[in-house]
Design a protein around this ligand. Structure first.
Ligand code: UFG
Length: 325
């Protein structure tokens, strides 16, 4: 299949392009390069433009004639979304609707959407099932949930086939070192720990050591970005076979604490991570772990690189080569 990949120059989108290409599909990346990087587009053409622009969308659908869409293009910083919700609703919700309508005009009926565990907010059960209550606590999660709701309504009205993939904590880098995580600003725990170990990012600030977990630090379900890329291809192929539309959690069903990731990064870097205790970060639930049974049984997806040692090793290798001090 030829697949239009919005946000194809970004962190997860570029790994999906590689996974598509390795599976024999043809990715066409579309990206406004606000976060993405031209250098991350290696497995097909890049069209530079914005998903909020219907003329841009119509032009790329007409010239590339894709069979399906993977939609990653979005603003994705949780804290930023609380301060600037207008930009998040415009990019993530209005942009998503423009994309769905351009797909309808072009007669394309299959989409794999990059959603997030942020749709659940602060869950009262663990692990989190796809049917657990959706109660986002920030505008980022609300925008992802809004577009999921639109997908369902477009299915009912127009027959759209869709999969919403709710990532827990995307982490790691391409094992061949071709692409990796380069956010600016960087807010995520693993790349910040890697930079601190390499002497590039000052001291790692550990947000809270008094949570009700074994070592007192927050537990998250980290999933390797290469496994995420594979899940997108499996979701696409599931829909192409006429499989049922729906939402899927992507994680490992296991968790790691912040202390455990600091230890894994220290071991992978060969240098310990300098750490200083800091107050809790607002909005951080103590534990977020996915139930991944649905993706495993329906999509036939199994994460194979998501152990913490592999995540830390690939993240360190990428940052050693590419990170700007
Ligand atoms: N942390 C630190 N110090 C840091 C950065 C993070 O201690 O400098 C801690 C956080 O408090 C948290 C853990 O490390 O306990 C992971 O934090 P990240 O910022 O890496 O990831 P989050 O779990 O906050 O966010 C992830 C995704 C978001 C998504 C969210 C859903 O990155 O896109 O899960 O809950 F919205």
């Amino acid at each position: 299949m030829r697949v239009l990949v919005t946000g194809g120059a970004g962190y997860v989108g570029s790994h999906a392009c590689k996974a598509l290409s390795q599976a024999g599909h043809e990715p066409v990346a579309a990206d406004n390069l606000s976060q993405g990087r031209r250098s991350a587009v290696k497995w097909g053409p890049l069209e530079v433009g914005d998903v909020t622009d219907p003329a841009f969308l119509d032009a790329i659908f007409a010239s590339h004639k894709p069979d399906a869409v993977m939609h990653f293009a979005a603003l994705s910083l949780v804290g930023d979304s609380v301060a600037r919700p207008a930009q998040y609703y415009r990019a993530n919700v209005a942009g998503g609707i423009e994309l769905l309508d351009a797909m309808r005009r072009a007669g394309i009926g299959v989409i794999v959407f990059s959603s997030s565990a942020a749709v659940y907010g602060v869950p009262d059960t663990s692990p989190i099932l796809e049917d657990s209550p959706k109660a986002p606590i920030n505008a980022y999660g609300a925008t992802k949930l809004s577009l999921e709701m639109a997908l369902k309504d477009y299915e009912k009205a127009y027959g759209l086939q869709w999969a919403a993939l709710r990532y827990f904590n995307a982490a790691g880098a391409d094992p061949d070192g071709e692409i990796g995580e380069l956010h600016d600003p960087e807010t995520h725990a693993i790349p910040l720990a890697v930079k601190a170990a390499m002497g590039q990012g000052g001291v790692f600030r550990l947000f809270g050591e008094d949570y009700p977990t074994e070592d007192g630090t927050c537990i998250r379900d980290y999933v390797h970005v290469t496994d995420l890329g594979d899940a997108h291809v499996k979701a696409l192929e599931h829909l192409a076979r006429g499989g049922e539309s729906g939402a899927f959690n992507l994680g490992t069903s296991a968790g790691a604490s912040v202390r455990e990731i600091i230890a894994a990064v220290g071991a992978a870097a060969g240098r310990s991570v300098p750490v200083e205790a800091a107050p809790r970060r607002a909005g951080d639930p103590p534990i977020l772990i996915a139930s991944t049974a649905r993706a495993r049984t329906i999509l036939g997806w199994t994460p194979v690189m998501s152990d913490m040692a592999t995540i830390a090793r690939t993240a360190c290798a990428w940052h050693a080569k590419h990170a700007v001090p």
